[in-house]
Ligand binder design. Structure first.
Ligand SMILES: [Zn+2]
Length: 257
Protein backbone atom coordinates (compact mmCIF):
# COMPACT_ATOMS: atom_id res chain seq x y z
CA UNK A 1 0.00 0.00 0.00
CA UNK A 2 1.40 3.44 -0.88
CA UNK A 3 2.19 5.81 1.96
CA UNK A 4 -0.65 8.30 1.54
CA UNK A 5 -3.26 5.59 0.97
CA UNK A 6 -2.31 3.67 4.10
CA UNK A 7 -2.22 6.92 6.08
CA UNK A 8 -5.69 7.83 4.78
CA UNK A 9 -7.09 4.38 5.57
CA UNK A 10 -5.61 4.45 9.03
CA UNK A 11 -6.98 7.91 9.72
CA UNK A 12 -10.43 6.74 8.59
CA UNK A 13 -10.22 3.65 10.83
CA UNK A 14 -9.34 5.84 13.83
CA UNK A 15 -12.29 8.14 13.12
CA UNK A 16 -14.90 5.53 12.29
CA UNK A 17 -13.97 2.48 14.33
CA UNK A 18 -12.20 3.52 17.53
CA UNK A 19 -12.20 1.07 20.43
CA UNK A 20 -15.41 1.97 22.33
CA UNK A 21 -14.77 3.95 25.53
CA UNK A 22 -16.36 1.42 27.98
CA UNK A 23 -14.35 -1.43 26.47
CA UNK A 24 -11.13 0.60 26.63
CA UNK A 25 -11.77 1.56 30.27
CA UNK A 26 -12.51 -2.09 31.12
CA UNK A 27 -9.19 -3.11 29.53
CA UNK A 28 -7.26 -0.51 31.54
CA UNK A 29 -8.98 -1.61 34.74
CA UNK A 30 -8.06 -5.25 34.11
CA UNK A 31 -4.42 -4.53 33.29
CA UNK A 32 -3.02 -1.92 35.72
CA UNK A 33 0.40 -1.93 34.01
CA UNK A 34 -1.38 -0.34 31.01
CA UNK A 35 -3.41 2.12 33.11
CA UNK A 36 -0.18 3.39 34.71
CA UNK A 37 0.83 5.16 31.49
CA UNK A 38 0.54 8.91 30.90
CA UNK A 39 -2.60 10.26 29.21
CA UNK A 40 -0.63 10.89 25.98
CA UNK A 41 0.78 7.36 25.95
CA UNK A 42 -2.67 5.90 26.59
CA UNK A 43 -4.14 7.81 23.66
CA UNK A 44 -1.30 6.61 21.42
CA UNK A 45 -1.76 3.04 22.70
CA UNK A 46 -5.50 3.16 22.07
CA UNK A 47 -4.95 4.44 18.50
CA UNK A 48 -2.32 1.81 17.80
CA UNK A 49 -4.53 -0.97 19.22
CA UNK A 50 -7.43 0.29 17.06
CA UNK A 51 -5.28 -0.05 13.92
CA UNK A 52 -3.94 -3.40 15.11
CA UNK A 53 -7.52 -4.69 15.44
CA UNK A 54 -8.36 -3.43 11.95
CA UNK A 55 -5.29 -4.94 10.29
CA UNK A 56 -4.81 -8.28 12.09
CA UNK A 57 -7.05 -11.34 11.96
CA UNK A 58 -8.09 -13.12 15.14
CA UNK A 59 -9.17 -16.76 15.11
CA UNK A 60 -10.28 -18.96 18.00
CA UNK A 61 -8.94 -22.52 18.05
CA UNK A 62 -11.32 -25.47 18.48
CA UNK A 63 -14.48 -23.39 18.40
CA UNK A 64 -13.30 -20.74 20.88
CA UNK A 65 -15.19 -17.50 20.27
CA UNK A 66 -12.84 -14.48 20.36
CA UNK A 67 -14.95 -11.68 21.86
CA UNK A 68 -14.24 -7.95 21.38
CA UNK A 69 -13.10 -7.87 25.00
CA UNK A 70 -10.52 -10.61 24.33
CA UNK A 71 -9.30 -9.02 21.10
CA UNK A 72 -8.85 -5.60 22.74
CA UNK A 73 -7.04 -7.18 25.71
CA UNK A 74 -4.60 -8.82 23.30
CA UNK A 75 -4.21 -5.79 21.00
CA UNK A 76 -3.49 -3.35 23.83
CA UNK A 77 -0.82 -5.59 25.39
CA UNK A 78 0.70 -6.46 22.00
CA UNK A 79 1.09 -2.78 21.09
CA UNK A 80 2.80 -1.86 24.37
CA UNK A 81 6.33 -2.89 23.26
CA UNK A 82 5.79 -1.30 19.81
CA UNK A 83 4.39 1.96 21.20
CA UNK A 84 7.46 4.13 20.40
CA UNK A 85 8.77 1.95 17.57
CA UNK A 86 5.69 1.92 15.35
CA UNK A 87 3.13 -0.57 14.06
CA UNK A 88 5.32 -1.39 11.04
CA UNK A 89 7.27 -3.72 13.32
CA UNK A 90 4.23 -6.01 13.14
CA UNK A 91 4.01 -5.97 9.33
CA UNK A 92 5.37 -9.50 9.00
CA UNK A 93 2.27 -11.39 10.16
CA UNK A 94 -1.52 -11.12 10.08
CA UNK A 95 -3.01 -13.99 12.09
CA UNK A 96 -3.46 -14.40 15.83
CA UNK A 97 -4.75 -17.78 16.97
CA UNK A 98 -6.26 -17.87 20.44
CA UNK A 99 -6.50 -21.14 22.35
CA UNK A 100 -8.62 -21.57 25.47
CA UNK A 101 -5.70 -23.03 27.41
CA UNK A 102 -2.03 -23.94 27.00
CA UNK A 103 -1.21 -26.16 24.04
CA UNK A 104 0.84 -29.34 24.21
CA UNK A 105 3.46 -29.40 21.48
CA UNK A 106 5.33 -32.62 20.66
CA UNK A 107 9.08 -31.99 20.86
CA UNK A 108 11.80 -34.36 19.69
CA UNK A 109 15.55 -34.28 20.15
CA UNK A 110 18.24 -36.74 19.07
CA UNK A 111 21.15 -36.86 21.49
CA UNK A 112 24.84 -37.47 20.70
CA UNK A 113 24.35 -41.25 21.00
CA UNK A 114 21.58 -41.19 18.41
CA UNK A 115 18.86 -41.76 21.00
CA UNK A 116 15.69 -39.86 20.17
CA UNK A 117 13.98 -38.21 23.12
CA UNK A 118 10.39 -37.06 22.73
CA UNK A 119 8.30 -35.06 25.17
CA UNK A 120 5.32 -32.76 25.30
CA UNK A 121 6.01 -29.09 25.97
CA UNK A 122 3.24 -26.89 27.38
CA UNK A 123 3.04 -23.65 25.40
CA UNK A 124 1.20 -20.53 26.56
CA UNK A 125 2.18 -18.80 23.34
CA UNK A 126 4.28 -19.14 20.23
CA UNK A 127 5.48 -16.77 17.51
CA UNK A 128 6.89 -18.02 14.23
CA UNK A 129 8.60 -15.96 11.55
CA UNK A 130 5.93 -14.84 9.07
CA UNK A 131 3.38 -17.16 10.66
CA UNK A 132 0.53 -16.59 13.08
CA UNK A 133 1.05 -15.74 16.74
CA UNK A 134 -0.49 -18.31 19.08
CA UNK A 135 -1.73 -17.30 22.54
CA UNK A 136 -3.43 -19.18 25.37
CA UNK A 137 -6.35 -17.06 26.60
CA UNK A 138 -5.97 -18.43 30.13
CA UNK A 139 -2.57 -16.72 30.42
CA UNK A 140 -3.64 -13.51 28.65
CA UNK A 141 -6.64 -13.27 30.97
CA UNK A 142 -4.42 -13.68 34.02
CA UNK A 143 -1.96 -10.93 32.98
CA UNK A 144 -3.15 -8.43 35.62
CA UNK A 145 -2.34 -10.83 38.46
CA UNK A 146 0.80 -12.40 36.98
CA UNK A 147 2.40 -8.97 36.37
CA UNK A 148 3.81 -9.07 39.92
CA UNK A 149 5.98 -12.00 38.81
CA UNK A 150 7.10 -10.13 35.69
CA UNK A 151 5.12 -12.57 33.55
CA UNK A 152 3.22 -11.55 30.41
CA UNK A 153 2.65 -13.96 27.52
CA UNK A 154 1.49 -11.29 25.04
CA UNK A 155 4.54 -9.07 25.57
CA UNK A 156 6.75 -12.18 25.34
CA UNK A 157 5.40 -13.29 21.98
CA UNK A 158 5.30 -9.81 20.46
CA UNK A 159 8.85 -9.16 21.64
CA UNK A 160 9.71 -12.24 19.53
CA UNK A 161 7.77 -10.75 16.58
CA UNK A 162 9.77 -7.50 16.89
CA UNK A 163 13.00 -9.48 17.26
CA UNK A 164 12.28 -11.63 14.18
CA UNK A 165 11.30 -8.58 12.11
CA UNK A 166 14.31 -6.51 13.06
CA UNK A 167 16.95 -9.17 13.76
CA UNK A 168 17.29 -7.57 17.20
CA UNK A 169 19.17 -10.46 18.84
CA UNK A 170 20.73 -11.81 15.62
CA UNK A 171 24.23 -11.36 14.23
CA UNK A 172 26.29 -11.45 17.41
CA UNK A 173 29.23 -12.95 15.49
CA UNK A 174 29.13 -10.51 12.59
CA UNK A 175 28.14 -7.19 14.17
CA UNK A 176 30.82 -4.50 14.53
CA UNK A 177 31.53 -4.70 18.29
CA UNK A 178 32.54 -1.01 18.34
CA UNK A 179 29.38 0.22 16.59
CA UNK A 180 26.25 1.35 18.44
CA UNK A 181 24.36 -1.86 17.65
CA UNK A 182 27.38 -4.03 18.47
CA UNK A 183 27.80 -2.41 21.88
CA UNK A 184 24.08 -2.91 22.59
CA UNK A 185 23.98 -6.54 21.41
CA UNK A 186 27.18 -7.51 23.22
CA UNK A 187 25.78 -5.91 26.38
CA UNK A 188 22.64 -8.03 26.09
CA UNK A 189 24.68 -11.16 25.35
CA UNK A 190 26.91 -10.53 28.42
CA UNK A 191 23.83 -10.15 30.60
CA UNK A 192 22.35 -13.33 29.12
CA UNK A 193 25.53 -15.23 29.94
CA UNK A 194 25.56 -13.96 33.54
CA UNK A 195 21.89 -14.89 33.86
CA UNK A 196 22.43 -18.39 32.44
CA UNK A 197 25.30 -18.90 34.93
CA UNK A 198 23.04 -17.82 37.82
CA UNK A 199 20.33 -20.24 36.62
CA UNK A 200 22.95 -23.01 36.38
CA UNK A 201 23.91 -22.32 39.99
CA UNK A 202 20.18 -22.60 40.80
CA UNK A 203 20.07 -19.07 42.18
CA UNK A 204 16.71 -17.36 42.69
CA UNK A 205 16.14 -14.98 39.81
CA UNK A 206 13.33 -12.50 39.28
CA UNK A 207 13.33 -13.24 35.56
CA UNK A 208 11.89 -16.54 34.37
CA UNK A 209 14.81 -19.05 34.22
CA UNK A 210 13.51 -19.96 30.76
CA UNK A 211 15.37 -16.85 29.60
CA UNK A 212 18.63 -18.78 30.05
CA UNK A 213 17.76 -21.03 27.06
CA UNK A 214 18.83 -18.66 24.29
CA UNK A 215 19.57 -14.97 23.67
CA UNK A 216 16.20 -14.46 21.95
CA UNK A 217 14.38 -16.00 24.93
CA UNK A 218 16.35 -13.78 27.30
CA UNK A 219 15.25 -10.72 25.29
CA UNK A 220 11.58 -11.84 25.33
CA UNK A 221 11.56 -12.77 29.05
CA UNK A 222 13.32 -9.53 30.02
CA UNK A 223 10.83 -7.53 27.88
CA UNK A 224 7.95 -9.08 29.86
CA UNK A 225 9.37 -7.86 33.17
CA UNK A 226 10.39 -4.50 31.65
CA UNK A 227 6.78 -3.69 30.78
CA UNK A 228 4.82 -5.24 33.65
CA UNK A 229 7.22 -5.17 36.63
CA UNK A 230 9.79 -2.51 35.66
CA UNK A 231 10.87 -1.50 39.17
CA UNK A 232 11.71 -5.11 40.06
CA UNK A 233 13.70 -5.57 36.85
CA UNK A 234 15.57 -2.29 37.30
CA UNK A 235 16.37 -3.20 40.91
CA UNK A 236 17.65 -6.68 40.11
CA UNK A 237 19.21 -6.11 36.68
CA UNK A 238 19.78 -2.38 36.04
CA UNK A 239 21.93 -2.99 32.96
CA UNK A 240 19.26 -5.16 31.31
CA UNK A 241 16.71 -2.46 32.12
CA UNK A 242 18.91 0.23 30.52
CA UNK A 243 19.44 -1.87 27.38
CA UNK A 244 15.69 -2.40 26.95
CA UNK A 245 14.99 1.25 27.76
CA UNK A 246 17.21 2.31 24.87
CA UNK A 247 15.79 -0.29 22.49
CA UNK A 248 12.06 0.23 23.20
CA UNK A 249 12.53 4.01 23.79
CA UNK A 250 10.40 3.77 26.92
CA UNK A 251 11.11 4.21 30.65
CA UNK A 252 8.35 2.26 32.43
CA UNK A 253 9.59 2.91 36.00
CA UNK A 254 8.73 6.57 35.40
CA UNK A 255 5.05 5.67 35.04
CA UNK A 256 2.78 6.25 37.97
CA UNK A 257 1.79 2.99 39.65
ZN1 LIG B 1 9.87 -17.39 23.75
Amino acid sequence: MSGWLSRWRRQRTLERRPIPEPLWQLTLARFPFLAARSADDLQALRDMATLFLAEKEFAGARGLEVSDEMAVAIAAQACLPALKLGLQWFDGFVGIVVHEDAVLARRQHEDDDGVVHAWDEELAGEAMSGGPVMLAWRDVDDAGASAADGYNVVVHEFAHVIDMRGGVTAGLETVDPEGERGVWLNGLADEHELFADAVDREEETFLDPYGAEALEEFFAVAAEAFFVAPAELKGEQPRVYALLQSFFRQDPVAWKS
